[in-house]
Design a protein around this ligand. Structure first.
Ligand code: UDX
Length: 433
């Protein structure tokens, strides 16, 4: 199939590359010349395992190209729109200006019979509004939310958990076109749900709201554990054995961040208020608040490890990305803790395997070091803020060889407390005695 992908950010770049990998002929369009130049040269503008290889193969095959000219979308029969919907500055609502601009620009190049497929995460009701613009050109609209996780984006796109097609009632042609796009996943047995627009839009935000709630639930239990001397990691293991609950997304620690969960729950609340169902989503206000309190808790744990005062103290911060296998620092709890400790007067040196450059762009005043060795050299306390595999594999012996620090704060509950305490370290972690 001939496919265009409008918006080559995280979602769009991965989607374009993966569609070409599946054999489709794809053109990726973005207004950012620098991004298009990088992608055209086969370079991913962000860190994502496996993406450079897929990009290389797809470009070499001649099935994938990138352009800043949206007119080149003409001739494709399916047009995916994958632009960002960030949080409006000073409000909880989603900023739809990129979505609106893309649809307006694309409309001029649509032909009757084309299918436009919205992938961006949008407030419920957006697809119905945009369908008028699309249908005026003789094309039709589907909403096909994307559930990919950073760090697993290629695998999640090629082998999704489920496919959701939000279409206008009776639009069998839209369903058939999407079936052709996703024929490989469907042949592998991927469940496919055909819904109306509103349901498809809601599936995405409901899924993210549920995941955020699961994380904040266990972090609320961490607060109770802290007041009672209980251990939240054992609690999570124990309740996670109940198949109705499940152990995944019950890792307690510094809480969630990134470009999706925080902004999506806020936009969902804002949309709920507009729809008069604000009360039904009011619990998400608590989910957000619990999540943000974890950052304060970790700052307090570091202060406690240094006998109450961080001013002038040398601290090594391991991790800046919002989660491992990503260089994304959007709403990163790790970066916020680093900044807060720095503002409190601590001499923090921060490092990360992939996210130093992205962190530097958003927080130029933080002191960064390219290696763990440099970050921990001369430190009095080490705080693990992102659970990269190489940090999870540290032992008191391996770290002890490169630092004289003997205090560690495990903000992600990714280390074994007994191992560190037995070796004479002062170990502390949120939600654990
Ligand atoms: C999320 C959704 O998982 C994905 O389906 C959606 O398409 C986009 O948003 P992503 O932002 O890539 O994906 O990250 P995710 O793996 O969900 O993690 C989000 C945050 O929650 C990270 O900061 C992570 O550290 C944190 N987290 C996750 C926890 O604190 N505890 C957990 O148990 C799981």
């Amino acid at each position: 199939m001939r496919i265009s992908v409008i918006g080559c950010g995280y979602l769009g770049a991965v989607h374009a590359a993966c569609m070409a990998e599946l054999g489709h002929e794809v053109v990726g369009v973005d207004v950012d010349e620098n991004k298009i130049a990088q992608l055209s040269a086969g370079r991913a503008p962000f860190f994502e395992p496996g993406l450079p290889e897929v990009l290389d193969r797809a470009i070499a095959s001649g099935r994938l190209r990138f352009t800043t000219d949206i007119a080149e979308a003409a001739g494709a029969s399916v047009h995916f729109v994958a632009v960002g919907t960030p949080q409006v500055v000073g409000s909880d609502a989603a900023d739809l200006r990129f979505v609106d601009a893309s649809f307006s620009a694309l409309a001029a190049h649509l032909a009757p019979g084309d299918l436009v497929v919205g992938k961006s995460t949008v407030p419920v009701g957006t697809a119905a509004r945009l369908s008028e613009l699309v249908e005026a050109t003789g094309a039709s609209l589907a909403w096909n939310p994307e559930f990919l996780r950073e760090g697993f984006a290629v695998g999640d796109t090629l082998s999704p958990d489920r496919l959701v097609y939000g279409v206008r009632a009776g639009d069998d042609a839209a369903v058939a076109a999407l079936d052709e796009v996703y024929s490989a996943a469907l042949a592998a047995g991927t469940p496919r749900l055909v819904t109306d627009y509103a349901t498809a839009e809601l599936v995405k935000v409901a899924a993210n709201a549920f995941l955020a709630t699961k994380i904040s639930f266990i972090n609320a239990m961490a607060e109770v554990a802290e007041a009672t001397g209980a251990d939240v990691t054992q609690l999570a293991d124990a309740i996670g054995h109940d198949a109705r609950i499940g152990r995944r997304f019950l890792n307690s620690g510094l809480g969630f961040g990134g470009g999706c969960l925080p902004k999506d729950i806020r936009a969902f609340m804002a949309r709920g208020d507009e729809l008069g169902v604000g009360e039904s989503l009011a619990f998400l206000r608590e989910v957000d608040a619990i999540n943000l309190r974890r950052r304060t808790r970790v700052v307090d744990l570091v202060a406690a490890a240094l006998d109450g005062d961080v001013a002038g103290r040398r601290i090594a911060a391991l991790g800046l990305a919002f989660k491992p296998d990503s260089d994304d620092v959007r709403d990163s709890p790790a970066l916020e803790v680093v900044q807060r400790l720095t503002e409190l007067g601590a001499a923090v040196v921060a490092t990360d395997p992939e996210a130093i450059e992205t962190a530097r762009r958003s927080k130029p005043d933080v002191h960064y070091a390219p290696t763990v060795e440099e970050a921990v050299d001369g430190a009095e306390c080490i705080v693990v803020l992102t659970e990269w595999r190489e940090y999870r594999e540290f032992t008191p012996e391996s770290l002890g060889r490169i630092t004289t620090a003997r205090r560690i704060v495990d903000a992600r509950n990714c280390l074994d407390p007994k191992q560190w305490r037995d070796a004479g370290w002062t170990y502390s972690a949120p939600g654990r005695p």
